[in-house]
Ligand binder design. Structure first.
Ligand SMILES: Nc1ncnc2c1ncn2[C@@H]1O[C@H](COP(=O)(O)OP(=O)(O)OP(=O)(O)O)[C@@H](O)[C@H]1O
Ligand SMILES: [Mg+2]
Length: 274
């Protein structure tokens, strides 16, 4: 059994993320408006909302990839423009698993990339980084396929691999954008179990965007429903009915369908049998 090398230094304040009055524009339109979010150490927060409601833009602004017009973002108490805590944050993007089928990279090699920083691009990896990679492979349950080409993996295994890459970076704050897309039901459940374990056993703080409302309800401590601005932030059990949330946009749900704006309550998958 590999040694757990996870660093769990927690700054004196327990707020991992502090977003205040954040407003972001893209292509001349405001896509995130006046958003306030505080995430505490060890929380597992789910973000839901219709297509185009600003979820990815919000994550990108938090990460400092997208500039914002107004507001502030602090990670572990430091402005996200500073590099101070950047190594403690890992992002799994919405398109992370879309690798060309011609990719010639193994699972282990992909996960190793998680240990690479601009200031330590040294190969071969030293013992400490090799241990971190092996530990991450083990954590995401890919030991059996570690030397397999990434293109030969299933959707769920690819998701595990990109999460493994994030874990190898030693980050303790994970931002995941749609990690359940392209994952069948069985793999989805084991992926959710993995995220739950990472939060509870490995002390990770997780923010996960997903359209899979059943999964979000089942796994997270807290749900944020965003539609440019925040419409709900609270416990999964108190999340209003999706039709009520759709109503917040002034959309009437007629036979489950709506007009040109394209949002249906079914846009958020809610598998009630779960
Ligand atoms: N590169 C871009 N340039 C201009 N506008 C963009 C760009 N990317 C996204 N947008 C717009 O920003 C808005 C928010 O997009 P975003 O990708 O954040 O939504 P989302 O909630 O993540 O959607 P989805 O559920 O489909 O992933 C949308 O109206 C979208 O059209
Ligand atoms: Mg998105």
């Amino acid at each position: 059994m590999g040694k757990d090398l996870t660093i769990t230094l927690v700054p004196p304040h327990s707020l991992v993320l502090d977003v205040e009055n954040l407003t972001v524009s893209r292509g001349g339109n405001v896509v995130v408006e006046d958003v306030n979010i505080q995430v505490k150490h060890g929380e597992f927060v789910g973000i839901v909302g219709p297509n185009g409601s600003g979820k990815t833009s919000l994550l990108m602004a938090i990460l400092g990839i997208l500039k914002f017009n107004k507001g502030s973002v602090k990670i572990y108490g430091a402005p996200n423009t500073q590099n101070k805590f950047k190594s403690r944050v890992a992002w799994v993007s919405q398109t992370a698993i879309n690798m060309p089928s011609s990719s010639k990279i193994t699972v282990r090699e992909l996960i190793s990339l998680g240990t690479v920083r601009l200031r330590n691009m040294i190969f071969p990896l030293d013992k400490k980084r090799i241990d971190r990679v092996e530990r991450a492979i083990e954590l995401v349950g890919l030991s059996d396929v570690a030397d397999r080409n990434i293109a030969q993996l299933s959707g769920g295994q690819k998701q595990r691999a990109v999460i493994g890459k994030a874990l190898a970076s030693n980050a303790d704050f994970l931002l995941l954008d749609e990690p359940l897309v392209g994952v069948d039901r069985e793999s989805r459940n084991s992926l959710l179990k993995l995220l739950d374990d990472l939060c509870h056993d490995q002390n990770k703080t997780i923010v996960m965007v997903s359209h899979d409302l059943a999964a979000i309800k089942q796994t997270t401590h807290r749900i944020i429903y965003i539609d440019n601005s925040i419409q709900y932030d609270g416990t999964p059990s108190e999340l209003p009915d999706l039709e009520v949330l759709a109503g917040l946009r002034g959309i009437k749900n007629v036979h489950g369908e709506v007009g040109e704006e394209g949002f249906r309550s079914t846009d958020l998958c809610c598998d009630e049998e779960e």
